[in-house]
Design a protein around this ligand. Structure first.
Ligand SMILES: [Zn+2]
Length: 103
């Protein structure tokens, strides 16, 4: 459903369902920040309390972990948001939902 990393294609390549109606906007980024923030903050505090390492150790551990979490989560979460909008018939998906229900 993506034509680029975060660009949703106008139509599904498998079934032709129109996807250009989606309005994911900032919600995927907000959810990624909330999820990754909880994981990273907990892990950072745990490492600090347990080991109290030097600051460069935090940078070596948590900068790559932060980037991995953010880039690993953003596309699946955006896909989930678009799928939820499609499933619930929000915005322009309302007509597609009505067609699914009548079929
Ligand atoms: Zn499809």
């Amino acid at each position: 459903m993506f034509r680029a990393f975060l660009k949703v294609d106008a139509k599904c390549s498998a079934c032709g369902e129109e996807l250009h109606h989606h309005r994911a906007d900032d919600l995927p980024a907000y959810l990624v920040v909330a999820i990754a923030g909880h994981i990273l903050l907990s892990a950072t505090l745990w490492v600090e309390v347990k080991y109290s390492p030097a600051y460069w150790v935090f940078a070596v551990i948590f900068l790559p972990l932060t980037l991995a979490l953010i880039f690993g989560l953003i596309q699946p979460i955006k896909g989930l948001i678009v799928a939820l909008q499609w499933h619930m018939g929000l915005d322009g998906f309302a007509s597609a939902r009505a067609q699914r229900r009548s079929a």
